[in-house]
Ligand binder design. Structure first.
Ligand code: ZN
Length: 318
């Protein structure tokens, strides 16, 4: 499987090329340097406020009172262990998005997962065993999770979907079949990046799987990657791997393929080492995990399903 077409479809393939942007700043504005838990928590608060500010500059957030989410369900399909509904909702900027909602059969309330596609993707792909997502959303649904998979647009900056991702959490928490205290997120590639943004900025996400995206800034710049991750002001702020420390002490698992053409594994290992060191400062080193597997730019799941089950109480690993 060639990783490039899977990750970067159509017009979104923009190489930095030699000498074009893509430099690691000599000094970051807000690197994680805390050695005590209270300093680490204070850093999180400052860093989260700054990230939200950067997103707000590109995409002002609308109040749900002004732009109602208006979640609508279509005709249900029987999928055996769960019922699948086509759905739509109104996004932050009034774009109407389609989505898929999977509801397990049986007695809830159930834990829930926001499941996110990457470049060139759509909600159906995360349920499709023939795709690089290996139907991870279907697996969560069969394992007793309510799954919401939105079909989101490729924006100039990936982080501009943050408000729509938060709307997905709003939707799940409003459903009677969902336990609002057990909502997680998972995504591959740009979906992994979206998961990082959502989990970092929205503490309602209680556990996350970031697949095929976690890396250091040097690593992301080391190969041609779509530049949608370069939100103005973001590269200067902190190493991109450190954003994941905003998730601490909540459980987070990263998947990195040994032959991922987008995120070279030596950089992902280095990124995880920094994340683990940061999680230790939060007294939460067992809450961060890294699944490095022989493969390409694709979902793996071997550690991810039991990891999410342990955090949220489902049974996707069975
Ligand atoms: Zn992109």
């Amino acid at each position: 499987m060639n990783p490039i077409p899977l990750a970067f479809t159509g017009l979104v393939l923009l190489s930095f090329g030699a000498g074009v942007s893509g430099a690691v700043p000599a000094k970051f504005e807000m690197s994680f340097t805390a050695t005590a838990r209270e300093d680490a928590v204070a850093w999180q608060q400052r860093a989260r406020a700054r990230l939200l500010e950067l997103v707000e500059k590109q995409a002002p957030r609308a109040r749900a009172a002004d732009v109602p989410i208006d979640f609508k369900l279509g005709q249900p399909q029987d999928k055996g262990e769960y019922t699948l509904y086509p759905a739509t909702f109104q996004g932050n900027d009034k774009t109407r998005f389609s989505a898929l909602l999977a509801v397990p059969k049986g007695q809830g309330p159930f834990p829930a997962m926001v499941c996110l596609h990457g470049h060139g993707g759509a909600a159906g792909k995360v349920f499709d065993p023939k795709e690089c997502y290996h139907a991870f959303a279907d697996r969560f649904a069969r394992g007793g999770y309510v799954v919401l998979a939105p079909s989101l647009l490729h924006r100039k900056y990936a982080a501009m979907v943050l408000w729509d991702l938060m709307r997905c959490v709003d939707i799940l928490q409003s459903r009677p079949e969902v336990d609002p205290q057990r909502v997680g997120a998972a995504g591959l590639s740009m979906g992994g990046e979206w998961t990082m943004w959502l989990a970092a900025c929205d503490p309602r996400i209680k556990a996350a799987v970031i697949s095929g995206w976690m890396c250091t800034t040097a690593g992301v710049f080391s190969v041609p990657n779509c530049e949608c991750w370069v939100l103005p002001g973001f590269v200067e702020l902190m190493d991109v791997g450190e954003v994941n420390l905003l998730i601490a002490p909540r459980p987070v698992l990263f998947e990195s393929a040994e032959n991922d053409g987008c995120f070279p594994v030596r950089y992902t290992k280095e990124g995880f080492a920094r994340i683990l060191a940061g999680y230790k400062v939060f007294g939460a080193e067992t809450a961060a995990a890294h699944d490095v597997f022989p493969g390409v730019h694709e979902w793996h799941g071997t550690l991810a399903f039991p990891f999410i089950d342990k955090a949220l109480g489902g049974r996707a690993a069975q």
